[in-house]
Design a protein around this ligand. Structure first.
Ligand code: R2B
Length: 306
């Protein structure tokens, strides 16, 4: 039996209205959300990713893959908010979240409230992103099992009311396995499940030596990356611990699927020029970014046909 979302915040029951500020979506009467249910009640999956343009591309891709009528020109439903973009293609939302957990957590709180008010049934949140790889070739697609923070602990740390609160950070096992199973040998790239390190800083937090500030040497960096590798970590990004933790708190299913665009055991620079000075051209990066689309497209075809 399908279930609506029950959020772990008793205060919501006392609010007669709610303005989802960053999405610019008003809920004028929380006790009668029929208008919102008409617009969003059919949503089964919320895909999220860093940029608005990639999420628009994903919406167009999923529209084609899932045969959704009139989906070639998706419109940004949250343009007025000037922060995040949200596109709807049939039962799928595609929303941008920016870089890092802090920007993502803002829109994730509001998307969770949106699916609650719209009475969506068992919605699944899927992050589709890019990341650095640890000992896997660029272009590998990694579906996260456990999310580790920058201390290499499998937990999410957040400061609440002046206290350090530590919460579990793992993704839904069945969803993760079902997504990994969508990878095919003929794809020409591997889709694997592994642990993910998630940091608040792209440079020092991820052990890069090419940031504006760095007080360690290459050897120390490599030791750190090897420690991560020994914990089963095969990719590094900036959102997994927060996403895993918040969706666990909200009791909704979630997954994180990212394509690696650099092997950090070989270097820090991602891509840029086409003269071969860095491992990946911008064109290849674009091509890699579509790999998780393919995998998630297959997963949604199966999921939504049930
Ligand atoms: C991967 O790519 C972004 C940083 O460039 C960040 O959102 C992440 O996790």
């Amino acid at each position: 039996m399908a279930n609506s979302v029950e959020l772990a915040n008793p205060n919501l029951a006392d609010m007669s209205s709610d303005f989802l500020y960053h999405l610019a979506i008003n809920v004028p009467n929380t006790k009668d959300t029929s208008e919102l249910q008409k617009q969003f009640g059919d949503v089964r999956v919320i895909c999220v990713g860093g940029t608005a343009s990639r999420m628009r591309e994903l919406a167009i891709y999923l529209g084609k893959t899932l045969n959704i009528p009139n989906s070639a020109e998706p419109v940004d439903l949250c343009k007025q908010g000037n922060r995040y973009a949200v596109f709807k293609v049939g039962p799928v939302l595609c929303a941008s979240h920016g870089v890092g957990s802090s920007t993502f957590s803002v829109v994730l709180h509001e998307l969770l409230k949106l699916v609650k008010y719209a009475k969506c049934q068992d919605p699944i949140f899927i992050r589709i992103g890019t990341c650095g790889g640890v000992g896997v070739p660029p272009g590998t697609v990694v579906v996260t099992k456990d999310a580790y923070n920058g201390l290499l602990n499998n937990e999410h740390e957040i400061f609440i009311l002046g206290e350090r609160v530590v919460r579990p950070a793992h993704f839904h096992k069945d969803v993760m396995l079902a997504i990994v199973a969508c990878g095919q040998q003929s794809d020409g790239f591997d889709t694997i499940n592994a642990n993910t390190m998630s940091t608040d800083c792209f440079y020092e937090g991820q052990g890069r030596i090419d940031g504006a500030v760095c007080h360690y040497n290459n050897e120390q960096k490599m030791q750190f990356l090897q420690r991560a590798h020994a914990k089963g970590i095969r990719n590094i990004e900036m959102e997994a611990t927060m996403m895993a933790s918040l969706t666990l708190q909200a009791k909704v299913k979630a997954a994180d699927i990212c394509v690696t665009i650099v092997n950090r055991l070989n270097g820090d620079q991602v891509c840029g020029d086409s003269e071969g000075k860095v491992p990946l051209s911008l064109e290849q990066k674009k091509n890699f970014e579509h790999r998780p689309f393919l995998i998630v497209g297959r997963y949604l075809q199966k999921l939504l046909s049930n």
